[in-house]
Design a protein around this ligand. Structure first.
Ligand code: PLP
Length: 382
C-alpha cells in the first residue's frame, strides 16, 4: 500500500536520538530548549514552547489566552478534531465558520458576516482558530483585520504548514496572530515521533504556556507567591498538565527541522508533477496562492462528479493506494451532533466532504508510485 503520507528518517536523525539516549537527560534536558530556539529562529517568533503533541498545544494555548466557560471559539469545519476539541477542553463553546470554495480554508468573507451577526447578538468569539489546510496559508491579512475590528484572538493551527510562507513572512512568525501551533506527528512535515509546539511573541503568554505544560508549577524564586521556606520551594500556581516533550523527541525534532527545506523542495516538485499529470481529468486541486508558499502536507483533489466519490475512493484503495479524506466536517461527528449541530450548517464544507480525496504526498514518494496513483485515478474516472 502506498500511504498518503509517511516520515523520512535519516541516519543523522537516528544518531541524534541515540546521542540523547546516551546523555544525562531523557526528558526536558538541554535538547528541548535547543529545539525551541531552532523553531523560534526558523519562524521569526520571539518564543517557542514545545509540548507533547499539537492537541496539547492547542489546549494550553486556549487556556493561556484566557478561554474558559462561557467563552466562544470558532474554527474551520474542515480540520482534524483537535482544532475544535481544544475549546471544549476549556469548558468553552465551539462553532464553525464555513470554508472558501477554492482554498477550502476558513472563508474570510463568511467570517466577516458571522462576526457582524454575532456582534448584533452580543456573542462574539474570544478566539478564532484558522487552519492552514494541507499547508496552504489562510487569508491571514483579512482574518487579522477582522480580529482587530472585533477584538478576538487568533490562533493559527499550522499543523500542516511549517516551512510555509504568507506574504513574505514564515508561517509561525505571529505577524498576524497571537499564537501558531505546529504538530510533529509522523505524517506531518517534520516529526519528533509525537510532538507539538506553540509559537508566540508575547513573553507573558509564553510563561503561562510553560506553567501549563508542567503541572502549573513555578520554581523561579522571584515568581513565588508565598515566602519560600527553603531552597526546595516550588509552587503550583495554576491547574496545569504533564504535556512535556522528551529530550529524545526534541533531538529527533531538531534533526528533522534541519531537513525541512529539503523536504519542502521534494514536496513542491511532486505537487507540480501532480498538477501537470492530473490536468485534463474531471477534478480540481486545491488553489495555491502566488503570494504564499504552502507547506504541502497534503495534496487534495475534488472530483467534479460527486456521485462517483465513494467508488473512486474504493478503486484507489483496491489499487494499493492509501488515499484518505481530510476531513469529515467536525460538526457531523456523532459527538458534535449530540451538542446540537446539524447537517447544512456549513454547506461549502459539506460539498467539499462529498468530493475530496487526499492523494499520496511525502518526500520519499517515487515517480513510479506517483505515476501509478495518477493512472489508477484516471482509470477510476473513466
Ligand atoms: C495532526 C493535527 C492536529 C493534532 O496533532 P497531534 O500532534 O497529533 O496532536 C491538530 N490539527 C490539525 C489540523 C492536524 O492535522
Amino acid at each position: 500500500m502506498i500511504p498518503y503520507g509517511r516520515q523520512d528518517i535519516s541516519e543523522a536523525d537516528i544518531e541524534a536520538v541515540v546521542a540523547a539516549l546516551r546523555s544525562d537527560f531523557l526528558t526536558q534536558g538541554p535538547r528541548v530548549p535547543a529545539f525551541e530556539q531552532a523553531l523560534a529562529a526558523r519562524c521569526g517568533a520571539a518564543h517557542a514552547v514545545a509540548v507533547s503533541n499539537a492537541t496539547a498545544a492547542l489546549h494550553i494555548t486556549c487556556l493561556a489566552l484566557g478561554v474558559g466557560p462561557g467563552d466562544l471559539v470558532w474554527t474551520s469545519p474542515v480540520t482534524f478534531l483537535a482544532s475544535a476539541n481544544c475549546a471544549l477542553y476549556c469548558g468553552a463553546e465551539v462553532d464553525f465558520v464555513d470554508v472558501d470554495p477554492h482554498s477550502w480554508n476558513l472563508c474570510p468573507r463568511r467570517l466577516g458576516e458571522r462576526l457582524e451577526q454575532a456582534q448584533r447578538a452580543g456573542r462574539l468569539p474570544k478566539v478564532v482558530i484558522p487552519v492552514h489546510l494541507g499547508g496552504e496559508p489562510c487569508a491571514m491579512d483579512e482574518i487579522h483585520g477582522l480580529a482587530r475590528r472585533y477584538g478576538f484572538k487568533v490562533v493559527e493551527d499550522a499543523s500542516h504548514a511549517i516551512g510555509g510562507h504568507y506574504r513574505g513572512d514564515p508561517v509561525g512568525s505571529c505577524r498576524r496572530s497571537d499564537a501558531v501551533v505546529f504538530s510533529f506527528h509522523p505524517v506531518k512535515l517534520v516529526t519528533s515521533g509525537e510532538g507539538g509546539a506553540v509559537l508566540v511573541d508575547d513573553a507573558e503568554v509564553a510563561r503561562r504556556l510553560r506553567l501549563l505544560r508542567s503541572h502549573g508549577m513555578e520554581r523561579d524564586p522571584a515568581r513565588l507567591e508565598q515566602p519560600a521556606a527553603g531552597g526546595w520551594a516550588y509552587e503550583q500556581q495554576v491547574l496545569g498538565f504533564n504535556y512535556r516533550l522528551t529530550d529524545l523527541q526534541a533531538a529527533l525534532g531538531t534533526s528533522q527541522l534541519e531537513r525541512l527545506e529539503a523536504f519542502l523542495h521534494k514536496r513542491e516538485a511532486l505537487a507540480r508533477r501532480y498538477d501537470e499529470l492530473l490536468a485534463g481529468l474531471p477534478l480540481r486541486s486545491q488553489r495555491r496562492e502566488a503570494h504564499s508558499r504552502s507547506g504541502l502536507h497534503l495534496y487534495i483533489v475534488r472530483l467534479d462528479d460527486t456521485a462517483r466519490h465513494a467508488s473512486v475512493f474504493e478503486q484507489l484503495r483496491g489499487a494499493g493506494i492509501g488515499v484518505n479524506l481530510h476531513y469529515i466536517p467536525v460538526y457531523l461527528q456523532p459527538y458534535y451532533r449530540r451538542l446540537g449541530f446539524r447537517p447544512g450548517h456549513c454547506p461549502e464544507a459539506e460539498r467539499y466532504h462529498a468530493s475530496a480525496i487526499t492523494l499520496p504526498l511525502y518526500p520519499g514518494l517515487s515517480a513510479a508510485d506517483q505515476d501509478h496513483v495518477v493512472r489508477s485515478l484516471a482509470a477510476a474516472l473513466k
